[in-house]
Ligand binder design. Structure first.
Ligand code: GLA
Length: 403
């Protein structure tokens, strides 16, 4: 897709892009709705994502998306939250957020994606990181990946108006091939854990796109803040099962259930990392099932379609475990599947899901844990996408006809 991005840029603007960047989507293996509670998460970047080809320009910025259209126009130095809406709010928000690092130039850019949107694979974080990497490299800001992730989160919180945590941006920025990332969202400490050989990640999309995700998400976040306030602690990270038991009579029922999910999910996330290390696949599966149960009953972010997909997946051949991934309210679940059984798993799961939930079109993506966001001058990137030619490609050659 690198060449598609270059070609598309050239067709649109009749000049060469100065920089091309890629940022991946992510799946979260476990640790759901814990990142905005200072908790633990365990995502992996995947081998699908968003490409951005970009050049500086005079006058206002002009952005096009192959999928979502355009043009989106804005002037970098006069951005205020709410001044750009739709998909353009993500890159505009990044320009707004990066402006404390220096002057963010206006640009022409095209965006290409091979991430299914609305599936909970974080296409928004991938767009943000792809733009952030491009501006970072164009202007030589030298912002390290973790800080770039925080700036992208700030773009989403302060400009787009989505009160997300830092998981998606961190996974997209810091992903590592073959590894999941155990992230402590309070200290921002990261710990890469290798995924077992012979286990594949399968994303099972319900066909139901995420509804009300923004408003319900912000509502859940407010409920957690309220839980921490009533418990007299800075965040639910400080809560323990004992503290919840002691306060179970005084806390409103809904608040107690939200807190129960968060507290136990943090424990599950750490246990999951341990079980991964010791190769205890059965325990991994049990933890994923418990996570799903809590997300359904206590946190109430699942739905019939997600529950049915998880149920279909865990009953299918080769499945180690499955649960919804991302914010919920539609979208996809993630399943860990024995690699040799993937074809049987796909047909079993699809047949079960279709029988249970008629009227929705499920889709499946077999993916791998992959590296994080980067620009075209990066060495690993060159080797992966362009072959190990040993040439530094800071500007794409002008006569590229092929992929
Ligand atoms: C969305 C948010 C993340 C995280 C998940 C739920 O993906 O962007 O920050 O809160 O939902 O775990």
């Amino acid at each position: 897709m690198y060449f598609d991005a270059v070609r598309s840029f050239r067709e649109k603007f009749h000049v060469e892009p100065e920089v091309v960047s890629f940022a991946p989507g992510r799946v979260n293996l476990i640790g759901e709705h814990t990142d905005y509670n200072d908790g633990f998460v365990f995502p992996a970047a995947i081998d699908r994502g968003v490409w951005v080809a970009m050049s500086r320009c005079d006058g206002s910025s002009e952005l096009w998306s192959e999928e979502a259209g355009g043009p989106v126009r804005f002037t970098s130095d006069s951005l205020t939250p709410g001044s750009v809406t739709g998909w353009g709010a993500y890159p505009a928000g990044v320009a707004w957020s990066l402006s404390d690092a220096g002057t963010v130039p206006d640009v022409r850019a095209v965006v290409l994606s091979d991430l299914p949107t609305g599936s909970g694979l974080s296409s928004s974080a991938a767009i943000e990181l792809a733009f952030a990497c491009s501006w970072n490299s164009l202007e030589g800001f030298g912002i390290p990946p973790q800080e770039l992730a925080l700036k992208c989160q700030r773009a989403e919180n302060g400009f787009v108006g989505m009160a997300c945590g830092v998981m998606d941006q961190t996974a997209s920025a810091l992903g590592r091939r073959g590894h999941a990332l155990l992230l402590d969202t309070r200290s921002l400490e990261t710990d890469y854990r290798p995924l077992p050989e012979g286990v594949s990640i399968v994303v099972c999309h319900t066909g139901k796109s995420r509804e009300l995700a923004g408003s319900k998400y912000n509502e859940r976040r407010a409920e957690c803040t309220e839980a921490a306030r009533l418990l007299g602690i800075p965040s639910l990270r400080e809560a323990t099962p004992n503290l919840l038991a002691e306060n179970s009579q005084s806390l409103p029922g809904v608040i107690l259930r939200r807190a129960l999910h968060v507290v136990t999910e943090n424990q599950r996330c750490l246990e999951f990392a341990k079980a991964l290390g010791s190769g205890d696949l059965r325990h991994l599966g049990d933890l994923m099932s418990e996570s799903q149960m809590n997300l359904r009953n206590n946190y109430e972010v699942s739905c019939i379609e997600l529950d049915s997909m998880v149920e279909a997946a865990v009953r299918s051949e080769g499945c180690i475990g499955a649960r919804m991934t991302g914010a919920g309210f539609g979208g996809a679940c993630v399943a860990l599947v024995r690699t040799g059984s993937v074809p049987a798993f796909l047909s079993d799961t699809e047949a079960r899901y279709r029988a249970e939930v008629p009227g929705f079109e499920p889709s499946f993506l077999v993916t791998e844990a992959a590296d994080g966001a980067r620009t075209v001058t990066d060495l690993t990137f060159r080797q992966e996408f362009l072959g190990n030619s040993g040439q530094t490609i800071s500007k794409p050659p002008s006569d590229m006809e092929r992929d």
